[in-house]
Design a protein around this ligand. Sequence first.
Ligand SMILES: Cc1cc2nc3c(=O)[nH]c(=O)nc-3n(C[C@H](O)[C@H](O)[C@H](O)COP(=O)(O)OP(=O)(O)OC[C@H]3O[C@@H](n4cnc5c(N)ncnc54)[C@H](O)[C@@H]3O)c2cc1C
Length: 459
Amino acid sequence: MNITKAKNNTSTHAVIIGGSITGLLSARVLAEFFSKVTIIDSDELCDEPIPRKGVAQSVQPHVLLVKGYRILEELFPGIGEELQVNGALPIDWAQEFFRLVPDVGWGAIAESPSEFISYTCSRPLLEWIIRKRVAKLANVCWLDRHRVTGLVCNHEKKITGALLYQVGKTKEKIEEASLVVDASGRRSLAPKWLEKLGFNCPPETVINPFLGYATRRYKKNEDLAFEGKVMLIPQVPPHNKRLGYLARIENGEWIATLGGYGQDFPPIDEHGFLKFARNLPNSKFYELIKDAEPISPIYAYRATANRLRHYEKIQLPLGFIVLGDAVCALCPVYGQGLTVSSLAALVLRSCLEKRKNWSKDGYFLSSEFQKELAKSNFPHWDVATVQDSAFASTYPSIQKQGALNKFIQWYSQKFILGTVLFPELNVLFIGITNLVISPLRLFSPKIIFKILMAKFIKF
Ligand SMILES: Cc1cc2nc3c(=O)[nH]c(=O)nc-3n(C[C@H](O)[C@H](O)[C@H](O)COP(=O)(O)OP(=O)(O)OC[C@H]3O[C@@H](n4cnc5c(N)ncnc54)[C@H](O)[C@@H]3O)c2cc1C
């Protein structure tokens, strides 16, 4: 199909299962190519930034990496300002992020402002702002409080719609479409739906670090000084399984999260939560929350396994694609999920633009997209699973053997130490972990020299 035609053809309809971040970003892209895009979600999508049942992780902290924020700006120009007007705080990660290197010190804060800017806010606020922007697209419609229960396909193995029912009612109906997009998250039932239609399930890789979070919101404690906007006391494999994360968010609130790898789960009772915080390798986190006024219960979250579904390896019905957490759900500690979803939206746009990815009768060919998506997801999967595997309790673990990998591990450790001494190295660390600088920069002669200098300095 000619793409111009696809854009202009009044009869094209795409349906998206899931109106969370991946679904919203997909809608933004699909609206350029289909005359009508319908977002279906089992939750009520209200006009307020509140947590919802279908996104169980919405009460947990959500770091928006610089790369993810830049993609959001590309898709929704001016979204940063809109976030700020609604209470989100801009953050310069090189100047306002305090990250502990246990037993050594805090990452060296940059002396001047950097280009590594994003926003810190609650997950519901971020999703609500994106939803408001998508709602402004004239050809996007919503079917909230509707649950999808299956796919509908014709005898030529081409998608003709999704099967769904209105929450609270029993009668099933079909929403007809020539493209169905599964963006229903970690708990996606697409493998079962495919099996029911006679297709194979995608092979799955699961690497479980058995990490648990416990999160509580506090009113900002004005009496206690914390110059930054985000603080991280990270886990350090193989022995230090615990982490603490504290961020300023909208409405003068703090979101405070404790984490434990290998089933060393942080307790969700007041006393246990504070005791866990007190035992972190630095007292700053505990000092900040111990007298602060809690304004929420303590919420636990434990479904943190890395799960990769290999849709690129199976045959799919024409006109059915899967993306976001439904394909690649990552351990949340590295804060990559939102950015991986944003990258997926760009992959989708680039595949939709190519004529070769459309059949003559106007179907978007799934296989090319799933292959491109797998390539885009892989580096992020690799980062999460290799680091998680450094804990003996992670199952199964990925151990990269060989002299080169041993050298990279050794060199990375020296680099991390160097980030405490040299702001320049810390800025580089921020750029790499925010996915805006290639890790290859670590091997430029100037950086190698600095890292080796750090090795000879006693802390
Ligand atoms: C504890 C935790 C912390 C995280 N922290 C971060 C972080 O700091 N930074 C970061 O970038 N990422 C983080 N993530 C990842 C991030 O939440 C996801 O990557 C992101 O939300 C994209 O997910 P998604 O849109 O694909 O799916 P989800 O956000 O899970 O949304 C799925 C949507 O589909 C709907 N749905 C499901 N089934 C159906 C159905 N059958 N019919 C209709 N609707 C349906 C649900 O209601 C929901 O709206 C974290 C994840 C977890 C679990």
